[in-house]
Design a protein. Structure first.
Length: 144
């Protein structure tokens, strides 16, 4: 689906199917795709990761020390620092609006949607706690 969307906007797409270990290794390569590097890679994060502008590593715009793709945007970093140091919720909201305005000019990643992870449990398990991010295994018991 993502490959189709990218093609529709004119991106030359070569889909490379791989396991996560391969993605982790390849995304660290700064060479062109013909030499084992890359230009775009899809990944996912939880809602918690997007809860604020400093929690998710992909929000960083620190260049060589930042997220893969090594984006750099001094205004993004200035605003992230201000958000972290803000004394009030109203101040954080104001800075968040500035971050959102900056996102129109500085695009480090694109959100393509959301999904729910399917889960299946044996009928003889009780006490499972449904959470959107993790599956805690405390409180679980096996019944006859």
């Amino acid at each position: 689906m993502i490959g189709q969307w990218l093609r529709q906007v004119g991106v030359n797409v070569d889909i490379a199917s791989s396991d996560w270990g391969t993605v982790v290794n390849r995304r660290a390569v700064k060479k062109p795709p013909a030499e084992g590097g890359w230009n775009i890679f899809p990944t996912a994060s939880t809602g918690l990761g997007f809860a604020n502008p400093i929690h998710l590593a992909a929000h960083a715009a620190t260049g060589e020390s930042g997220w893969f793709g090594w984006p750099r945007d001094d205004l993004q970093e200035k605003l992230r620092d201000q958000w972290a140091a803000a004394a009030t919720l109203d101040e954080r909201k104001r800075i968040a609006r500035e971050l959102q305005n900056n996102a129109w000019d500085y695009v480090q990643h694109i959100h393509l949607g959301q999904f729910y992870r399917a889960s299946a449990w044996r009928r003889n398990l009780r006490g499972l706690i449904g959470l959107p991010v993790i599956t805690p295994f405390w409180n679980v018991e096996k019944v006859a």
